[in-house]
Design a protein around this ligand. Structure first.
Ligand SMILES: Cc1cc2nc3c(=O)[nH]c(=O)nc-3n(C[C@H](O)[C@H](O)[C@H](O)COP(=O)(O)OP(=O)(O)OC[C@H]3O[C@@H](n4cnc5c(N)ncnc54)[C@H](O)[C@@H]3O)c2cc1C
Ligand code: SF4
Length: 326
């Protein structure tokens, strides 16, 4: 790892002003992903802007929405009693990620910007279009058990690894950012992007923008929710496939449904067609099986990850069944 400078930012505007157009200067929050990437020489900034002193840690229950600061720790959000009551899906998804120690360091903003866990991305001896544009993709035709089955391109088949982001996509969150041109908001489902020809770009954030908070509109998803994470070990492992489900049920009839998947695409994968299919239906084993099949319509495997097509359908069915039974 090369030597670098670290500077503590005391305001959002000074943090933004410190960042250069290339990656020679980067923000650091909990450091749980960035430091690993620096140790492996995947990124090599000259200077880090430590944003931990900024006043961006609050969880606030405002009129019609919940606001969570970008520097709130993953454990702080997951264990907040009001979040557990008002946004239980978010609390469940956060608790399914990493380990308690990592959740104590990891921040909301850092979680959104964590890089893929594709093994070729972390190995600088291997080709990877995301790490070095136009160098090739080792995973296509190589080891690709964790890879995406939706929204892939000939350039990249990596998945976004976050659990938290799957719940936020399902809950229609908004991302608030501040940059040299001022402040703006981005719909959560537009924040992460598909790889296309530019897999080096994970999201729609501009280079010098700082995430300041996320907002989640109030909803009635306080009971029939579930976050199902299928992984190789029962803790401390990324999702092979995950499903976030939030249902509103009246006399066992589904009046509203939100669904998103993790481990299947370069971004949290919202299942809007399946949501529309479920609305107005009576919750039943058969309907949830049909929803599982519909949710995986159009999925494509790359060899090692072909199992995700069946696993994904079964996981959707299982997550819906558990959510409806609460
Ligand atoms: C062993 C291990 C297991 C893990 N398992 C899981 C898991 O199962 N599920 C899961 O979801 N995650 C998992 N993680 C990932 C973990 O959740 C992320 O590393 C963490 O959320 C990143 O947050 P951070 O604050 O440490 O970010 P950092 O490492 O500090 O930063 C990450 C990136 O975000 C940028 N950044 C940070 N904050 C901001 C901001 N406010 N505005 C703009 N840019 C910003 C940094 O410049 C950097 O590029 C795991 C990590 C490890 C090490
Ligand atoms: S899938 Fe994406 S991250 Fe993985 S090797 Fe290919 S280009 Fe790199």
């Amino acid at each position: 790892m090369k030597n670098f400078q670290i500077i503590k930012a005391l305001s959002s505007s000074s943090a933004v002003a410190s960042i250069t157009k290339d990656t020679s200067v980067m923000f650091i929050a909990g450091g749980t992903n960035l430091v690993d990437l620096m140790k492996k020489n995947v990124v090599a900034p000259d200077k880090l802007i430590d944003i931990n002193a900024l006043d961006l840690k609050k969880i606030e229950f405002l009129n019609g929405k919940v606001s969570i600061g970008a520097l709130a720790k993953n454990s702080q959000v997951a264990e907040d009693q009001s979040i557990k009551e008002k946004l239980p899906l978010l609390a469940l998804a956060l608790a399914a990620g990493a380990s308690q120690q990592i959740r104590h360091m990891a921040t909301v903003g850092g979680n959104m910007l964590q890089r893929t866990r594709c093994p070729y991305f972390y190995n600088t001896d291997m080709p990877c279009n995301k790490r070095v544009p136009k160098s090739g993709c080792g995973a296509i035709g190589g080891t690709n058990r964790m890879a995406a089955v939706f929204g892939t391109s000939d350039s990249c088949i990596a998945v976004h690894p976050s659990d938290m982001c799957v719940a936020l996509a399902a809950l229609d969150a908004t991302v608030l950012v501040e940059g040299p041109k001022g402040k703006r908001q981005i719909n959560f489902t537009d924040f992460h992007r598909l790889p296309g020809n530019t897999p080096e770009k994970d999201n729609t954030l501009e280079i010098r923008e700082l995430i300041t908070s996320i907002e989640i509109p109030d909803n009635n998803f306080t009971k029939n929710v579930h976050y199902l994470k299928v992984r190789d070990r029962s803790s401390y492992a990324f999702a092979l496939v995950s499903v976030a489900v939030a249902l509103e049920l009246k006399n066992n009839v589904i009046s509203n449904a939100k669904l998103a998947m993790g481990g299947v695409a370069h971004k949290p994968w919202r299942l809007t067609e399946t949501e529309d299919f479920l609305k107005g239906k009576t919750a039943s084993e058969d309907i949830f099986k049909q929803a599982g099949k519909l949710g995986m319509k159009g999925a494509r495997g790359y060899g090692d990850n072909d199992f995700k097509l069946t696993l994904g359908a079964n996981a959707i069915t299982e997550a819906l069944t558990i959510a409806a039974s609460k």
